[in-house]
Write a protein that binds this ligand. Structure first.
Ligand code: IVH
Length: 669
């Protein structure tokens, strides 16, 4: 393809993608399917990769991330990012109104907004392009998280409007929608990882991740609530918000101009009730004086403006009786206590159960049977018990004691050092663990075996037909037909679905095994890095630690998994059944043969490129990637922070250690 042709196609693709994106985020209209959208984006990414000189900062390809930031640059805010004074009662809001009125002649008009429970962000636009995104930090200076902010799809990377100031700043709140938060936690649960506490903390942690591709995957969102321009043409806040809307920024449609404090009260009351229908967590409302001249007259205290105040909702709480505590055993053997409650209405929904997390939580609360407890819904989706009404406890109430043995199979529970959870170690004999592993194996993100649900798994388990995932592939049509509720067609469908799953790619198989801490993302990265089950099973700790995303916890979990004979024999059986245990050779378009016959290994972190991209680049020019330092290795491409032992080993073996720049010179001499 010629560069002229590529340039034209890239421009068309960018226009199309921006158009569909805007339709989706501003008007909630999907004119094309997600799949078609992803295809356009993928084509753009590939083209920009082949023609790096055509890459631009505001290309929608930036949305999928990939850039790694080793250390976030500290940036001073042009204007400090202040905080807001808090109020908790309507009387305090009335006091605020009186203070405001005293300092001015004209009565104020208030602009009311939601108080979004996320992370504040400052966005600098130059010539209509997003040029820098900075966290609030200490208010004076924050972290430059531009790469991560670019993955927020609703934020414009370049404005489509015709007229706008050459430079302006927008402030807003980055948040994780309830939906995205729940999806992330489902993923964590599947990987046997600890779940995130609430959307706010998750959003704040996500913004500080080094790998922007992971940030993109988590799907952050943003609402903006402030426009700052130096030579101010605008005279009030409403005008600023209207401009932001016009320029395509995400503004929550819940704001309202309130010409009197009574209307402010009505706004507060309305949203106290309605906020649960919003896509994100809000924890109050913000009341701002609309007029900028009036704002100027009011001025600031040391920390916050005198022209705005936050009203915070009390986090809703209800009192009810603890009926009993039950214990669930998960696929990983973790035993989770659940409080069963007398039904009570809380924040618009009936609550019958509350999470107790682990044994420490029961100790902390000193729970007794029949206690009257307080339940609260904060940022968390599942309500939690925040306290006990000790006065109403009867003197003979028995304390709740965490079981010493598995409530299902009776095996003595164990707790490893540093972990909060107790585990049932009987992984091959404890029914919910066995069934849980099979349910995990067949799910959509793993082997995607349709026609097989929890009920059928229960049946197959009861009949002694399936005890581990490999047994599924031994199932015969007649055996299925003999099961309750199965007829010829349904039995055939099940057998076919199981058969079809053999074609699922290696990364799915790896995720399906349910190795602790190996979620979908880690499985993908491991598969791409090590490329086969064999390589993974024989990799030592050091080699595992070289894989992207793999830290000590994951490496140890993998080593422990592959050290168990029953796991190895199951994998052998999966292989014999024809499952995909290696990565299919990707058809990389050969761009040149300048690296032909040369072998490479990548290590450490690179400033502007992920290791995967670097590896793709090497292969696109004919180079071969190896998975560890060995006698066959010729070049080690070294980034920052690479392990000293690896460097040492490479030196000993006479491997040439080169930088990214030197690699590029080899490609384009
Ligand atoms: S205006 C000087 N508007 O609340 C006032 N802030 O306590 C600048 N926040 O750091 C903030 N929703 O993270 C404003 N509609 C809203 C907001 C909002 C949430 C957060 C923001 C700020 C904090 C101040």
């Amino acid at each position: 393809m010629t560069i002229d042709f590529a340039r034209e196609r890239i421009l068309t693709l960018r226009d199309k993608i921006n158009y569909y994106n805007q339709k989706y985020y501003e008007e909630s209209i999907s004119e094309i399917s997600d799949l078609e959208f992803d295809r356009l984006l993928e084509e753009l990414i590939q083209l920009e990769r082949s023609f790096p000189e055509l890459q631009t900062e505001d290309s929608p390809s930036q949305r999928v991330g990939g850039a790694i930031t080793k250390e976030f640059k500290t940036v001073f805010h042009k204007r400090p990012m202040l905080s807001l004074g808090n109020t908790y009662t309507l009387d305090e809001v009335r006091d605020f109104d009186e203070r405001v009125r005293k300092s001015m002649l004209q009565p104020p008009v208030y602009f009311c907004e939601q108080k979004f429970d996320g992370v504040a962000i400052s966005l600098i636009y130059k010539n209509g392009k997003l040029s820098q995104a900075v966290t609030r930090g200490d208010g004076e200076k924050g972290d430059d998280i531009t790469n991560n902010a670019k993955t927020i799809r609703s934020l414009p990377l370049s404005l489509r409007a015709k007229e706008f100031p050459a430079e302006f700043e927008v402030r807003g709140e980055v948040y994780l929608s309830q939906e995205a938060f729940e999806a992330l936690n489902r993923e964590k649960e599947e990987a046997g990882e600890e779940k995130m506490a609430n959307p706010r903390n998750t959003a704040s942690g996500t913004l500080k991740l080094q790998d922007s591709a992971e940030v993109a995957r988590r799907r952050l969102s943003c609402y903006v609530y402030q426009l700052l321009v130096d030579d101010q043409q605008i005279t009030d806040h409403a005008e600023g918000i209207a401009l932001l809307e016009k320029w395509g920024f995400p503004v929550s449609p819940t704001y309202q101009l309130c010409p009197s404090i009574e209307e402010v009260f009505a706004y507060i009351n309305k949203w106290d009730h309605d906020r649960h229908s919003l896509p994100l967590v809000t924890d109050g409302v913000v009341i701002k004086v609309n007029d900028f001249r009036q704002r100027e007259m009011l001025g600031f205290t040391a920390k916050s403006p005198r022209w705005a105040i936050a009203f915070k909702y009390k986090s809703e709480s209800a009192k009810t009786r603890l009926l009993h505590v039950s214990y669930q055993v998960g696929r990983t053997g973790a035993v989770t206590p659940v409080a069963n409650l007398q039904a009570v209405l809380l924040a618009g929904t009936t609550v019958k159960r509350a999470s107790l997390h682990n044994a420490n939580e029961i100790d902390r609360l000193q729970l007794h049977e029949g206690d009257m407890v307080f339940v609260e819904k904060g940022g968390e989706i599942i309500p939690k018990i925040t306290g006990v009404e000790f006065e109403s406890r009867s003197s003979d109430a028995k304390p709740i004691l965490f079981p010493t043995h598995c409530p299902i199979c009776g095996t003595r529970l164990v707790r490893s050092e540093g972990e909060a959870a107790f585990y049932c170690p009987n992984d091959n004999g404890c029914a919910p663990q066995i069934k849980g592993r099979i349910e995990h194996f067949i799910q959509r993100k793993a082997m995607e075996i349709e026609n097989l649900g929890a009920e059928t798994i229960e049946l197959l388990f009861q009949e002694g037909l399936v005890k581990n995932p490999a047994d599924l592939y031994d199932l015969q049509y007649d055996q299925v037909l003999n099961l309750n509720r199965f007829a010829e067609k349904s039995a055939r469908n099940l057998i076919d679905a199981i058969d079809k799953s053999k074609a699922m790619p290696f990364e799915n198989v790896l995720f399906a095994l349910g190795i602790r801490f190996v979620g979908r993302t880690v499985a993908e990265k491991l598969a791409r890095h090590l490329r086969s089950m064999n390589a993974l099973m024989t990799a030592d700790r050091e080699a595992l630690l070289q894989a992207p995303e793999v830290g000590e916890k994951i490496a140890d979990s993998l080593l422990s998994y592959f050290s168990q004979a029953d796991h190895l024999s199951m994998i052998q059986r999966l292989e014999a059944h024809g499952l995909q245990l290696k990565v299919e050779q990707k058809e990389t378009k050969l761009l040149s043969s300048s690296l032909e016959g040369k072998t490479f290994l990548i290590s450490g972190v690179f400033a502007g490129i992920s290791r995967e991209e670097l590896s793709d680049r090497i292969q696109a020019h004919g180079g071969k990637m190896l998975s560890g330092v060995s006698g066959n290795l010729q070049y080690l491409v070294a980034g920052e922070n690479m392990g000293p032992s690896k460097l040492e080993k490479a030196r000993k073996l006479g491997v040439q250690i080169i930088s990214e720049q030197e690699l590029n010179n080899m490609i384009n001499p």
